[in-house]
Ligand binder design. Structure first.
Ligand code: AMP
Ligand code: MN
Ligand code: MN
Ligand code: MN
Length: 272
């Protein structure tokens, strides 16, 4: 069993990297990748390195493509590669500046100290919108996290701040330069038309991307079939992950995502 997409508290997950590895052991996973948003610090914190399960380096990069915010997963790269380090610093700076601006906007709405509260919840420099969403819930301005996104933090809302994330080409080429493989994360979550999704895949492949998440978190059989067929059409390797964040907010538990269709070419075959 494998799971190549989940989060620790180094980004917006609830558990420690070691806690996730312990859980992974319990559920019988053999190959995993911790893919925190824009950071590999959680992976690097695993000391001593885990040996009884295969843990490959991973990251979920926030990426700008045209007017869309996308997620590109990098897998099995050299964690010390200078180009990768530089890209992660760029992401961290962008994320911090965005968080400060989100804080200012929420302050304008009368919510004092939102930035400081989000920092406390995050407990790391990776302050994400889910942390602000939790602050909004805590003060009673949103009834749940989803509501906080639809009302304040989602695209086009008051506290939505366009962010200078890496562009698609730089993100993909950086992962490839660092010896890794780039994967389009949860392709059905961006609201793209079929034509736009094909356009994205072509641009992604031109930059050197080689994989797509055929299974990601909670999906219907039909959705899996749709992306599975797409992976064949574009000759992309198939990845699979739970996108687990915590028991509270994730429908799919660690390693409990659906199986890949048999006709897909698993991206992990080359590593095992
Ligand atoms: P960020 O990287 O800070 O922009 O935050 C993106 C993260 O927010 C995603 O990875 C999800 O974990 C979470 N998220 C995005 N949209 C929603 C939503 N509508 N409701 C709840 N959580 C969301
Ligand atoms: Mn997340
Ligand atoms: Mn994502
Ligand atoms: Mn994710």
């Amino acid at each position: 069993m494998i799971d190549l997409h989940f989060h620790s508290h180094f980004s917006d997950g609830a558990l420690t990297p070691q806690g996730l590895i312990n859980k992974a052991r319990q559920v019988g996973l053999e190959l995993v990748s911790l893919t925190d948003h824009d950071t590999i610090d959680g992976y690097l914190s695993l000391r001593p390195p885990v040996t009884d399960i295969m843990v490959i380096p991973g990251v979920e990069l926030s990426v700008r493509w045209k007017k869309y915010d996308l997620h590109i997963i990098g897998l099995n790269f050299d964690v010390a590669h200078p180009a990768l380090k530089e890209a992660l610093i760029h992401q961290r700076n962008s994320r911090k500046a965005r968080a400060e601006e989100i804080g200012r906007r929420l302050e304008q709405l009368g919510l004092k100290g939102a930035y400081e509260q989000a920092c406390i919840l995050a407990g790391s420099p990776q302050i994400g919108r889910p942390h602000f969403a939790q602050v909004l819930v805590n003060v009673g301005l949103a009834k749940d996290l989803q509501h906080a996104f639809t009302r304040f933090l989602g695209r086009g809302r008051m506290a939505y701040v366009p962010t200078p994330w890496l562009d698609l080409e730089s993100a993909v080429t950086t992962i490839v330069k660092a010896g890794g493989q780039a994967v389009i994360a949860h392709p059905l979550k961006y609201g793209l038309t079929r034509t736009k999704l094909h356009e994205l895949i072509r641009a992604f492949k031109t930059s050197g991307g080689s994989g797509i998440e055929v299974v990601s978190g909670a999906m219907t059989e039909l959705q899996i079939e749709t992306i599975g067929r797409l992976s064949l059409l574009f000759d992309l390797q198939a990845s699979s992950g739970s996108d687990y964040h915590s028991d509270n907010i994730s429908m799919v538990k660690l390693g409990c995502q659906s199986l890949l269709p048999e006709y897909c070419r698993p991206i992990w075959r080359q590593w095992m």
